[in-house]
Design a protein. Sequence first.
Length: 112
Amino acid sequence: METKMRAIQGMLSGWAPFDLAALRQNAVILREACHHSESLFEGGHVERGSRAQATVWEKPEAFDREFQKLHEAVETFIETLDAGDRTDIAIATHDLRQTCDSCHATFRKPEP
Ligand code: HEC
């Protein structure tokens, strides 16, 4: 997901050519990854080396809400891509990034 996010942000910040079709492709892969990643937490077990906080399973409602926000942000992002307004796209990218960071801040352990 990070790779896709970087690709998207790179294109928007200008160091990669702005290419709506490529952006959309990245966004669609990101959306798949987001849905897939939610299921990774369902078993309730923590793998060795995992940076998932115990709060993921202690506060499942809050964790689900964060995922819900992520899904919505990805959908909005894809909608702005379809509409094609660069300002809206930039705002949606920023919002999307924030949903990643917001969840990591609560549910992911800091780097070892
Ligand atoms: C609902 C909460 C949540 C959201 C939203 C979320 N993440 Fe995460 N992310 C986690 C947790 C928890 C971990 C730690 C998982 C682990 O170490 O087992 C993690 C780990 C990661 C990792 C480390 C990958 C790995 O395999 O260890 C990356 C990169 C990452 N997230 C990127 C993103 C990006 C980019 C987004 C937004 C598009 C995002 N995440 C949104 C909770 C979230």
